[in-house]
Design a protein around this ligand. Structure first.
Ligand code: B12
Ligand code: SF4
Ligand code: SF4
Length: 374
């Protein structure tokens, strides 16, 4: 039996997925120049495939690919408050990382949808399921299959859930009548660019990842010194250019129960995160979209957030970290944070480390925090 677009959408609804689109598998030729320009202008991130032709050709991933089914899975639920016995400063976690990892949810839904399609056509189908770590340009495929428009903030904006959707694709080797592409533009109001704390949205549709807090909060290693203040209290990801968008103001919350349990509070206490054991991390945060980066990068961001808090009560905790933490990366950022908070106790802690810290990079940061040249 053949299958049509309508039957696929109805199967999606049975799985609680109401945003399913169908696109043809023609190469995304119009994106080639955009991808090549990104390479020329050094805007590639390590999170993506480098070869532009692989990024636009579905046939490279599934030989004989004729159809692409796209899913937009809404993840945003009204945030629960931080739950902890701790007190003090709180951080900020991006909406896509507060609950179960969306990669897993998208993948599970896609597997179930393929099963339903196979039941309908009564045979098993050659297929490939991809989400995020896909070489293909997922936003363009979602736009092509009518799931939303592309905003000047680069995001795919769905009419029902706004841009708070994760995307997934299923490549199939059977032909299905495609949806019409979404050819609309956003309001072009510039609100996203104004809201960006670092000017990373350098022009409509163009992000400089080296300034983007979403990228930098996920990248491991030393956080660029000139952007640490702009990070504010963000621990993972950044939603500022989405939260400012008028098209995101009256959007529906995710109906999916998969996202109803909070694993990483919207505004978690920084000290709770900093004291977290590996076991505690593995049973909660590891299961969210923020988990893949591991504890150290999130703790580095928490240390920067303490430095940005203007809360001198945090000095004793930062001093303890600078003296005792075994990880030079964390001590380095603690030195910076103490320099930001300032005061006599911060200077004392820094002075002690300037002589004792075994790592040169840390000692250098300590001297910078003390305002001394090395
Ligand atoms: C690398 C990457 C990033 C990088 C770079 C993002 C970027 N804008 O290029 C960083 C780390 C910064 C990032 C951040 C985020 N990401 Co990201 N990211 C990706 C990844 C892996 C590749 C993106 C990519 O290829 N970018 C290159 C450009 C060319 O592609 P694009 O952004 O898709 O381009 C679209 C438009 O921007 C536009 N466009 C681009 N350039 C130009 C130029 C001109 C002149 C014009 C007219 C149009 C135009 O055309 C494209 C679609 O038609 C995708 C997954 C995937 N495989 O696609 C996820 C993905 C795009 N990210 C996603 C998410 C959720 C996020 C964050 C919201 C996470 C967060 N809360 O911090 C932020 C949003 C930041 C933002 N405003 O874009 C979702 C998208 C959700 C959505 N509704 O759009 C994806 C699809 C992952 C998924 N499977 O759900 N991300
Ligand atoms: S995610 Fe944040 S830093 Fe990146 S472009 Fe959007 S507002 Fe700017
Ligand atoms: S804030 Fe304005 S310019 Fe930016 S994506 Fe939304 S509608 Fe477009």
């Amino acid at each position: 039996m053949l299958i049509d677009q309508q039957t696929i959408k109805e199967s999606g609804l049975l799985l609680q997925i109401d945003q399913v689109g169908v696109a043809n598998a023609e190469p995304l030729e119009s994106m080639l120049e955009i991808l090549e320009r990104r390479i020329r202008e050094e805007r590639l991130t390590p999170f993506e495939e480098k070869n532009p032709s692989l990024r636009i050709t579905p046939d490279n991933l599934l030989d004989g690919c004729r159809t692409i089914i796209t899913l937009a899975i809404p993840y945003d639920r009204p945030a629960l408050s931080a739950q902890s016995d701790d007190e003090g400063q709180q951080g900020l976690v991006s909406r896509c990382a507060r609950s179960q990892d969306y990669h897993r949810v998208v993948e599970e839904k896609a597997v179930q949808l393929v099963k339903k399609i196979e039941e309908t056509v009564n045979k098993s189908l050659r297929h490939k399921i991809l989400t995020d770590r896909s070489p293909l340009l997922e936003r363009e495929l979602a736009r092509r299959s009518g799931l939303g428009l592309i905003g000047e903030n680069c995001t795919l904006i769905n009419p029902l859930y706004g841009s708070y959707v994760a995307l997934g694709t299923i490549l199939l080797d059977i032909a299905i009548e495609p949806d019409l592409p979404n050819e609309k533009t956003c309001l072009q109001c510039g609100g996203c660019r104004e809201a960006c704390p670092t000017g990373a949205l350098i022009a409509p549709y163009i992000i400089d990842p080296h300034r983007c807090l979403s990228y930098l909060s996920q990248a491991s290693g030393v956080f660029p010194a000139d952007l640490r203040v702009s990070l504010g209290s963000r621990l993972y990801g950044c939603d500022s250019c989405q939260e400012a968008c008028p098209l995101n103001q009256e959007v529906a919350a995710s109906p999916l129960t998969e996202f109803s349990t909070v694993l990483f509070a919207a505004e978690p206490y920084l000290l709770t995160l900093l004291k977290m054991t590996r076991k505690e991390f593995d049973t909660k945060i590891r299961l969210t979209a923020a988990g893949w980066r591991g504890k150290t990068t999130l703790q580095r961001n928490a240390v920067i957030a303490l430095g940005n808090s203007k809360d001198r009560d945090a000095v004793k905790d930062l001093a303890r970290i600078l003296e005792n933490d075994a990880r030079p990366l964390i001590r380095l950022h603690a030195a910076w944070a103490l320099g930001q908070l300032g005061g006599r106790k911060a200077a004392l802690a820094l002075g002690k480390s300037a002589e004792r810290d075994p790592e040169e990079t840390v000692r250098r940061e300590v001297l910078a925090a003390l305002g001394k040249k090395n």
